[in-house]
Design a protein around this ligand. Structure first.
Ligand SMILES: [Zn+2]
Length: 425
């Protein structure tokens, strides 16, 4: 089998989900999220909601079995007396992840709000402040009352904090052979965060593109959220819902829903005919990694600017996230939600790729010898003011389409788990 999917470890990957979520919740009808919930440790959750969580794990496995998944080995969560290690094993997550009791705050301001400020690395070894993007983390004590909205926005980030990393060595989990990404490092989580369900038959024939596992994650965390809410564990109901939301937001990103967004069918024909397949794929993978990185850096930087002051781009992106009109349907299961997000994102991949290429210098868009992520001369803050007005308007318009979908997916998850009804009880 040829490896059409090298998937580099682009570190950001909508790395600032918390800001996106915060903006997506700026609807009048969502003011119920201002209610407070009580911060609760994993141990308290297990003591209070053990039977409901155990049932959720069983339900998830029945769902996997029913769809014929070969990528799982049944696990059991003891209904009583379960430990944190039992929880990790039953959910098949990386046991090195810590489930910290923290909040991630919007980038503006210095004052402590709910606890005491710590370095981002206190929340996760994968969390850093880079390229001027602020990561404000506070440790919050168990028992503290905090706004539901802040809990949900914070933990939409959490699937990037380590529990999906480097799972392929845990053979007892039954994930099978890794379909794409590397076994260690940032790209080890790729099959859980990228889903290529809309590829042409050549990609399907020449790779394991369709072996992504995002729907599994969404199903598991939706069930756990509902179970926690049932047991009156509202903090964890929100935290698990936020995890499910992370994947839906990831898939609204065309670079997470198309294997090679910038090419058409002709490129694939050339690939099949070429004797130098590895070179072709390495070249295209670097180009797409660079565009992917610049796209996410652009939106994160723009979103942050909207918190730090008045910024027209940020205002347009926030408006797209809030959306207007149609919301996503919430009938069906996790796969229905995944399909609702990946379809439009995959179809939008070439348009966003072209808008990026038109907006930014060829050095960052079209040179496979450059790795934007580590190139010291790359800085999005100096690049943005140089984008020609017409290309900038088009990029903003195309980005707005992806953001509108991400916003809809965010709100759909809250409806799917019944968060509003649970918080009203
Ligand atoms: Zn992700």
């Amino acid at each position: 089998m040829w490896s059409l999917l090298l998937v580099t470890g682009t570190a950001l990957a909508w790395g600032h989900h918390a800001m996106m979520t915060d903006r997506a919740l700026d609807q009048d009808g969502l003011s119920w999220l201002d209610a407070t919930v009580t911060v609760t440790s994993a141990e308290t959750l297990l003591a209070q909601a053990g039977p409901a969580l155990a049932q959720a794990v069983d339900g998830h496995q029945a769902w996997q079995a029913a769809r014929g998944s070969a990528r799982f080995r049944p696990q059991v969560l003891p209904a009583t007396g379960a430990t944190r290690a039992d929880l990790w094993r039953a959910l098949r997550l990386n046991p090195g992840a810590t489930l910290p009791l923290v909040l991630r705050l919007p980038p503006a301001g210095e004052e402590a709000r709910h606890g005491f400020p710590v370095a981002p690395e206190a929340a996760s070894p994968y969390l850093h402040e880079v390229d001027g993007l602020r990561v404000r983390i506070e440790v919050v004590a168990e028992g503290t009352a905090v706004p539901a909205r802040a809990v949900f926005a914070t933990f939409v980030d959490e699937p990037d904090w380590g529990f999906d990393h480097e799972l392929w060595g845990h053979t007892g989990y039954g994930y099978g052979a890794q379909p794409y990404g590397k076994p260690t490092g940032e790209s080890s989580k790729a099959p859980f965060h990228m889903q290529f369900d809309h590829e042409n038959f050549l990609t399907v024939a020449f790779s394991d593109a369709e072996e992504g596992m995002v729907a599994d994650r969404v199903d598991l965390f939706l069930r756990l959220s509902q179970a926690a809410f049932q047991a009156d564990q509202d903090y964890w109901g929100l935290r698990f819902a936020a995890w499910a939301c992370h994947y839906a937001q990831d898939l609204a990103q065309p670079y997470h829903s198309r294997a090679i967004p910038g090419v058409g069918f002709g490129w694939y024909l050339g690939y099949v005919a070429s004797p130098a397949k590895d070179r072709i794929v390495t070249r295209m993978t670097q180009l797409e990694a660079n565009r992917h990185f610049v796209y996410e850096d652009f939106v994160a930087t723009a979103l942050q600017a909207g918190y730090l002051g008045e910024d027209a781009t940020a205002r347009a992106l926030a408006a797209a996230l809030v959306g207007q009109g149609e919301e996503l349907p919430t009938a069906g299961d996790a796969q229905t939600l995944v399909d609702a997000v990946t379809g439009p994102a995959a179809r939008h991949a070439r348009a966003i790729d072209r808008a990026l290429v038109a907006a930014f210098p060829a050095r960052w868009m079209d040179d496979p010898g450059v790795d934007v992520e580590v190139d010291p001369s790359y800085d999005i803050r100096t690049l943005l003011p140089t984008v020609p007005a017409e290309a900038s308007a088009r990029l903003l318009d195309e980005t707005g389409q992806d953001f509108a979908q991400a916003g809809r997916a965010t709100r759909a998850v809250l409806r799917l788990v019944g968060a509003r009804e649970a918080l009203a009880r």
